[in-house]
Design a protein. Sequence first.
Length: 274
Amino acid sequence: MSSVEILSKYGLPSSYINLLKERGIVYLNPLQVKAIESGVLDEKNALIVAPTASGKTLIGEMALVKNCFNGFKSIYLVPLRALASEIYDDFQILSNIGLKIGITTGDYESPAEYLGKYDLIMATYERFDSLLRLKPSWLKNVKCVVIDEFHNINDPDRGPIIEMIIARLLNNNVKVIGLSATIGNPHVLAKWMDAVLVDYAWRPVELIEGYFDKNSHSIIYIDRNRIEKINYRVGSPLLDIVLQSYLEDIQLLVFVHNRRKAEEYAEEFVEKLG
């Protein structure tokens, strides 16, 4: 790992470097170093593909902050309003170094001239697409855009919107940085964007994979020759795994197919485990 002090060589101000330290960020991880060495803080477009929680957001943040301190506006795009609000809250700390942070997620017919007072703006894909068409006066000062959850470019509904956004930005010489945990054709997309590709499998926490065998009521871990017996407590394999993890003070994240299923499981967890 490298000290955040190296960021001064890439044009980031000392006030931002000190802010990183105040946030407990003293070193850059291998992914962040690789991205910087690949030119993500230069004028190059970039596509960053790396596992969840590997530090991609900070890479985007650094590029946006540098752009703002160069006198231009920056945009951070996400697919959902809730995510835009979350990133907006996280980025509020940048106001400590003088940046004005804004957010816009609705009213697709409004050119939102008031957004011109902000340096860094969070928006959904759809809202920014509408702004590109409405052309508010401040838009010409946008010189760096980060597109989070970039894999949505392969989505049949959102994909065309993202493609149009990128095409318009590139046509106006705006720097584009895509962030994604996984994407099917990164080399093709990077070539289309004329971007450097940072496809890096490094993750801060080791990923241990396994599957649940219902016959033995056990988790069988791949490539580790280890079997973990799950005690029968509730009768449902999922609930038994959740309860055992809870009793062992293990943090757990459960993925399901849709929101309705997530709510059903949450209610069941409360009823049977609470």
